[in-house]
Design a protein around this ligand. Structure first.
Ligand code: FES
Length: 102
């Protein structure tokens, strides 16, 4: 985007709440700027997850975007985008030394 381009604001939702942000800004950054830091929960213990690496490597920022799991730090916001936090209900059992799938 060059400096001559007009700023385009779009509406999007996260967990049912409508927000507005600049089109093309990564969803995780837009939400963080709007005060939303918790994007989901750990599959292991339900602890909060959010932005961490900001470069698409850690997958801590995963959200549901129009029903698909996406990384919020890489996903540009657009008009009507529907985001939801990833929730685990109940959290997977933890048992040191065993896989959750044993
Ligand atoms: S913050 Fe690490 S992949 Fe998005």
């Amino acid at each position: 985007m060059d400096e001559e381009s007009p700023v385009v604001m779009v509406s999007f939702t996260f967990d049912g709440v409508t927000y507005r942000g600049r089109a093309g800004i990564p969803a995780g950054i837009a939400l963080y700027a709007l005060g939303v830091k918790r994007l989901g929960e750990s599959e292991v213990d339900g602890s909060p997850r959010g932005l961490y690496c900001l470069i698409g490597q850690c997958f801590e920022c995963r959200v549901l975007a129009d029903g698909e799991v996406r990384r919020a730090c890489l996903l540009p916001i657009s008009e009507g985008l529907t985001l939801a936090s990833l929730k685990v209900d109940p959290p997977l059992p933890t048992n040191p030394g065993r896989s959750a799938y044993d």
